[in-house]
Design a protein around this ligand. Sequence first.
Ligand code: NOJ
Length: 596
Amino acid sequence: MTPPPNDPTPTGAIPLIPQPDHGHVSHEVPKERVVAKLPTPAEDPQWYRTAVFYEVLLHSFFDSNDDGTGDFEGLRQKLDYLAWLGVDALWIPPFYPSPMADGGYDIADYTSVDPRYGGMEDFNRLVEEAHDRGIRIVIDMVMNHTSDQHPWFQASRNDPTGPYGDFYVWRDRPSEYLDARIIFIDTEDSNWSYDEVRGQYYWHRFFSHQPDLNFENPAVREAIKNVLRYWADTGVDGFRLDAIPYLYEQDGTNCENLPPTHDFISELRQMVDEEYPGTVLIAEANQPPHEVVAYFGTDAEPECHICFHFPIMPKIFAALREETSRGVREAFAATPPLPKGGQWGTFLRNHDELTLEMVTEEERQAMYGWYAPEPRMRSNVGIRRRLMPLLRGSRREVELAHALLLSFPGSPFLYYGDEIGMGDDIWLDDRNGVRTPMQWDSSEGAGFSKADPKDFYLPLVSSGSYAPAAVNVAEHRKRPTSMLNWLRSMLEVRKRYPVFGIGSLTLLSTSDDAVLAFLRRDERQTVLCVNNLSTTSRSATIQLPGMGGWHLYDTASGNRFPDVREDETVDITLGRHGFYWLDVTFLDNEEDEDNQ
Ligand code: NOJ
């Protein structure tokens, strides 16, 4: 077999290697998913690059003891569901003792679990049984701040000269760091608050009940490292590092992404590499591309394995309303290359507002106009709504958004409940409207809990078309064409195509701006992704340099599409919001085709 003459990879980085066994064109879908024994991190140190993550809010997932709050045992009982769905890793937001004034991101004790979720033995059992099913566990680590109820803060405010006196950032006057923006603009008007007990001001980047730790103090750095060690010893597979750009302050700067912050993250990485090899660090750094990428560190001083790609997310939503691929293309053009071993974390929604911090004022106003016409839908600099209602209940739009999420470079992070198109409740405070109980069935408590629904941690969504009677897992599982079954089959395809996790991205020229086409490619697989961002059907000519005569197969069905023409173009027709993932194969003679 002679490889084709032109290398269509613009960078030339990946040589054309025709796949010798053509195994990838067999699209038989196994009836039952076979769960292989989870390889150790040493056997599969790159697992996070091909994984699909699922963010699950413990208190809202499943209540095993009928007290109205979800718990570890509840999540454990739902592991079979998550394995059936096909997710590879769970991200569990904070479950530590907490006054819950910030959904648990206000930690009052770093080294135990809040009793409302169970005990350490329940946590350990969850980790073990998740691993048995091939599912990894990533937990949240909030290093920037604690709750004001944390014993460290209580000691610090009561005993300024004691061992914790310098654990927080105290000043006599609130006159420093005034160039730092306020993040929670709905509730805070300063990053300084006065503490009557100590008679001084303390620094906080988030709520005033969340004092920032003082990372200038070596004892704080050591204490935080020990917290990571404590949890790494339980066998968790990784940490989502919350709010890491804000660890250090420096006057005259915006107090974000400062060099000592990077130094500390790289110190943490060195620690996990040495003591817990394979444990993954995930950066929550809501920053512009050139700042985000810095959290991967350098080859000599690596920092995080995954960084959430905040800038691309709002572009997906904007693209669906502008019906053009321009914004997404520009966002990719502004995305710096990934360093070796690095990976983007991509997402559509999560437990926070859909953040609009990384867009221009004009884009922000457009997003509010499209997606948050009611003031109640807005929160801080963002939109507190779930995916399905955001996309006006349009199954086609939700599918296209997922198709983009699952095919863009990066490891996708799904948000619990979005797999069945759960709704939200904009009348709940803060971001609680997107954190309501999982809807398992149509019973009174939605299968979430047998407690009286008035005792639920948060109320169920009650609006008609999104209420549990209409939207629930049991109904979705029964119906072969449901969103849940559709997503499951998409995850199955993604699993057969690791190229989505590790391949390069090449944006392709198309004759229609509303059609976004790109190649995902590595040495073994090439997939052509074509997406119609518009509300009308389109037919577009796509340029595939160097691929004249190559064959196209639908990755989901295995069905053959017309070959790429000798002039290296192909015409693809798509219904409104339609998309294809096409396996691109080079075969140089009929004999090869017969051998497939
Ligand atoms: C980021 C978390 O995602 C968010 O939920 C929280 O409110 C802030 N950190 C502050 O803790």
